[in-house]
Write a protein that binds this ligand. Sequence first.
Ligand code: MLT
Length: 311
Amino acid sequence: TLAAAAPVMAQGFPTKPVTMIVPFAAGGPTDVVARALAESMRKSLGQTVVVENVGGAGGTIGTARVAHAKNDGYTVLLMHIGFSTAPALYRKLSYNQATDFQPIGLTVEVPMTMIGRDNFPANNVKEFLAYAKANADKLSMANAGIGSASHLCGLMFLSTLGANIQTVPYNGTAPAMNDLLGKHVDFMCDQTTNTTGQIKAGKVKAYAVTSMSRLPSFPDLPTLNESGMKDFTVGIWHGLWAPKGTSPEIVAKLESSLKAGLTDPAFKKHMADLGAIVLDDKATPAALDSLVKSETAKWGAVIKKAGVYAD
Ligand code: MLT
């Protein structure tokens, strides 16, 4: 029997540039992953992938943009763990996380580092924890808005520290880093895709990592887990989505291009240099879908217990 002709819109997809929405400011960790992936996917798609930064509300504004975009394969979302925490944090989301998206696959997982301004009066994680606890009312912690990875890490940090510290939200941790370098804010928990360069250049003080084990790129940085903050482990996974209803042929094309992009040597080296772990073996709709379901349940319980809401 003749194979059914692919629906017209799938034939030759893509025939024009694809837009990849990044729900945070340019230059931050999510943007770094997106631009590297856009370049490596361009090769297998045969079209440019244009990165568009749509910031605000911890990434939920950019996420909503894709939820409501045409499902023709020409608009995709690169978002991280915040995709799974937003439903618990935002009671009035303008999209339905469970029904408005078509998962394409996981991309990378990125560890986080606890960093302070370069003149912060603590020289190791023990002093940092003691100082933060003793001076909580005088300190400020930056994040990328409620729902961001830096917000989630900060939430876990403050609840295990047993202190409350003023938090300063930005549209991404790129602008947050600028204020940290300018000493307008005291510390933040941010991904190695944004902090590696500044730590190596000595422009910020690094105290600990949030990964289960120490990072090859920073062997002297202890994990928060080994520093007494039991079970403080968070790795920031990033996924790629299209709007719900995108045709299976186009999803398959995006999935195969994602896999090619993740295994591209230049992409792999770039990610390794920044401490990011490439998840090419999980670059499938099913792997992303099942992780979103388990993470949404897990973080929903943590957030409910913390009693934190954005709206
Ligand atoms: C986050 O904290 O969610 C990200 O670092 C935000 C960003 O990519 O700027």
